[in-house]
Design a protein around this ligand. Structure first.
Ligand code: PRT
Length: 129
């Protein structure tokens, strides 16, 4: 899958400076990050609605639209796909290590309540050295 997204990302970069009248991607870049974010959110909602409705084929189509709009947003935000793959690999490794760790009491959320389990796990692994 990452190969497809890598190719799409390169295509999005290539379309960035095309004529917005004929290129949706160029138009999105011209409209800026707020529009990119709006389109991505809209696509995510369309995937959700179709999934809840059990429309499998629509979920497939809308998921492709979602991934397209995600790569456009990445490009607009200066995020490269390999940075996302690296983060996913990091988490995969941590989860792999986690399976071998002794079970620990559920990590209490910090007062702000926004502690992500993956970050708490990373702290545990770091403390174990
Ligand atoms: N992969 C895609 C791709 N996936 C989805 N889309 C478009 O994104 C839209 C997502 O659905 P929406 O319901 O949001 O679109 P819509 O119904 O037309 O409504 P609006 O977005 O116009 O409001 C669809 O119109 C699709 O045509 C894409 N548009 C372009 N690409 C690729 O991006 C590259 C650049 O293409 P251009 O943007 O055409 O230069 C090429 O490699 C293309 O294949």
């Amino acid at each position: 899958m990452s190969d497809s997204l890598d190719r799409l990302y390169q295509a999005v970069l290539a379309a960035r400076d095309l004529d917005p009248a004929t290129s949706r991607t160029a138009r999105l870049f011209r409209q800026g990050p707020d529009k990119m974010a709006k389109k991505l959110a809209e696509e995510a909602i369309e995937v959700v609605i179709d999934a809840v409705a059990g429309k499998r084929d629509a979920v497939i189509r809308e998921s492709a639209d979602l991934l397209y709009n995600l790569t456009v947003l990445w490009a607009g935000a200066g995020v490269r796909p390999e940075q996302v793959w690296a983060e996913m690999t990091r988490r995969e490794r941590m989860m792999g290590i986690a399976e071998k760790l002794p079970k620990s009491p559920k990590v209490a959320k910090s007062r702000s309540g926004n502690r992500r389990p993956i970050d708490a796990l990373e702290d545990r692994i770091r403390k174990l050295g």
